[in-house]
Design a protein around this ligand. Structure first.
Ligand SMILES: [Zn+2]
Length: 183
């Protein structure tokens, strides 16, 4: 009996830790999708884009995925969420993305939060908070505003450490690059 307890203890503490770090309302699928979004963000960083990735999914099927491509396209709306919404709309054959969830590594800005409302997204799962533009929890609450014609479930803080670290590393490297660049 004692032996049994000692072998199950490490497993149990690992599971408890994982459950504790799982934000309320997040599912296993949300966690998996966030990992994919993080991989997209890493690819964006390698291309010199601000590392943000987004995945839109419904019933286990990925409908659209994208990363920030503002530098490559020169398009001010080139945020990961907008690009993922465009891809998902093509996949479903219409603008209405009812029943869909989006996993995005950074808290959406006002433009993207507005686009999610317009697309009738059902659930938003995001990673790190954005102190400068976050329009879901930090500066505004556009995704749950009762004055708008659509609201969604919001689950923030999923894998927030990894999502945030990607951004801080990217900006630190960029600052260093600017400092060392001959003027
Ligand atoms: Zn945005």
């Amino acid at each position: 009996m004692r032996g049994n307890t000692s072998t199950s203890a490490p497993w149990r503490s690992r599971t408890m830790r994982r459950l504790r770090s799982l934000p309320r309302g997040a599912t296993r699928e949300d966690i998996d999708m966030m990992r994919r979004a993080i991989a997209l963000a890493e690819q964006a960083a390698a291309r010199g884009e601000v590392p943000v990735g987004a995945i839109i999914y419904r019933a286990g099927v990925v409908l659209g995925e994208a990363s920030n491509d503002r530098e490559a396209t020169g398009d001010p709306t080139g945020h990961a969420e907008v690009a993922a919404l465009r891809a998902a709309s093509v996949a479903v054959g219409g603008w209405r993305l009812s029943g869909c969830s989006i996993a995005v590594t950074l808290e959406p800005c006002p433009m993207c939060a507005g686009a999610l409302v317009n697309a009738r997204i059902e659930r938003l799962v995001y990673g790190a908070r954005d102190p400068k533009a976050g329009a879901v929890d930090t500066l505004y609450d556009l995704c749950r505003d009762p004055r708008l014609n659509h609201r969604m479930e919001v689950i923030g803080g999923v894998d927030r450490i990894r999502c945030g670290r990607l951004l801080t590393r990217f900006f630190r490297a960029r600052r260093q690059e600017r400092r060392t660049r001959p003027s």
